[in-house]
Design a protein around this ligand. Structure first.
Ligand code: HMG
Ligand code: MG
Length: 303
């Protein structure tokens, strides 16, 4: 990779999905739309809009069609949604979704709690979704959850993650995001996992998805950068968590990651102030303050 390519980092903004799926208050659809449009204006080029999952399982994502309908879609931006099955793909296609994310886990306990399937059942079902997505021109992203530990089964071995990554790539995923769903990983976990995963997958197809429960999110981003990873998921304001992993807090905050990357000289295409303002505006619909340390520290010159 060229030096300039090596300094480019792609951040997928997941706040409107991973963040808002877990909020206790109902965030109005209009506030979600404004949040996503503002994040795109601030530089997001790949952004999760919501999920086409069972509304009984995740009520907060039930308005994903309405969110898509209200967006001001910009050329060059990939608007993503989580999809668990063919029904989800149909819903995604109906709103002109560019890319879908299929999601499974590296531990059976979480797969059962999150999608009510074994890992093998989920991958078999995904093969059908992936085949149809391919013929219909919908791009495919993959997620593997619980890559370091599972709230039900305990620690996860890297050897459990590797074959799932291989399978998702073989199905046609353009990238696979490795989720520390409960936010317990440290740079030591990151190093162990990436040493195994990068034997079977190139670094530019691997994304790291850190939750910040133990405050290791930014340190883990740094560790992954040192292993050549240039793709991360993050959520504006540090929103997030998973309804099926109660011990988890939000994703590593986009602002916190930007503060690190900007000062290390990486190029993300994001404007810190725009992200911070988008998160602050969204926070007026929430019942708690934002957790992003960088957002709290920042004084808005326009305020
Ligand atoms: P199930 O109950 O085993 O399956 O759920 P089912 O086929 O019996 O469906 C149950 C109900 O959902 C039925 O409706 C279906 O019609 C409906 P009912 O008859 O009860 O009224 N249904 C759907 N409705 C709308 N869209 C669909 C759809 N599919 C079924 N696509 C299922 C299985 C997978 C559907 C369910 O478990 C589910 O929706 N799970 C989603 C869980 C989820 O979204 N979790 C959060 C995202 S994952 C995450 O946060 C981790 C991540 O951030 C990475 C990390 O941090 O590790 C990505
Ligand atoms: Mg997550």
């Amino acid at each position: 990779m060229s030096e300039s390519g090596d300094m480019a980092v792609a951040i997928t903004e997941v706040g409107a999905r991973d963040g808002l799926q877990n909020e206790k208050v109902v965030v109005p659809t209009a506030a979600k739309i404004a949040f996503i449009d503002a994040l795109v204006a601030a530089g997001a080029r790949q952004i999760e809009v919501g999920s086409f999952v069972s509304p009984r399982w995740v009520p907060a994502m039930a308005d994903t069609e309405a969110v898509f309908a209200g967006l001001t879609r910009r050329a060059g931006v990939r608007y993503l949604a989580l999809v668990p099955n063919l029904r989800g793909l149909d819903r995604a296609r109906a709103v002109g979704c560019d890319a879908i994310a299929l999601f499974t886990a590296a531990s059976e306990g979480f797969a059962r709690a999150n999608i009510n399937q074994t890992i093998a059942q989920s991958l078999a079902a995904f093969a059908d979704v992936a085949a149809r997505a391919r013929t219909e021109g919908v791009a495919l992203r993959g997620y593997v959850s619980t890559v370091f530990a599972c709230p039900y089964d305990g620690p996860t071995r890297p050897e459990a993650v590797v074959p799932i990554v291989e399978e998702l790539l073989a199905m046609g995923a353009y990238e696979v995001s490795l989720g520390d769903t409960i936010g317990v990983g440290t740079p030591a976990h990151v190093a162990r996992l990436l040493e195994a995963v990068l034997k079977v997958a190139p670094a530019d197809r691997i994304v790291m998805h850190f939750h910040d429960t133990w405050g290791m999110g930014v340190a883990n981003v740094m560790a992954a950068l040192e292993h050549g990873i240039r793709r991360f998921d993050a959520s504006a304001g540090g929103l997030g968590g998973c309804p099926f992993a109660k011990v988890a807090t939000g994703n590593v905050a986009t602002e916190d990651v930007l503060y690190l990357l900007d000062h290390l000289g990486y190029r993300t295409g994001y404007d810190f102030a725009g992200v911070a303002r988008a998160a602050r505006a969204l926070a007026t619909s929430l019942d708690h303050p934002l957790v992003s340390r960088a957002n709290k520290a920042w004084r808005d010159p326009l305020a």
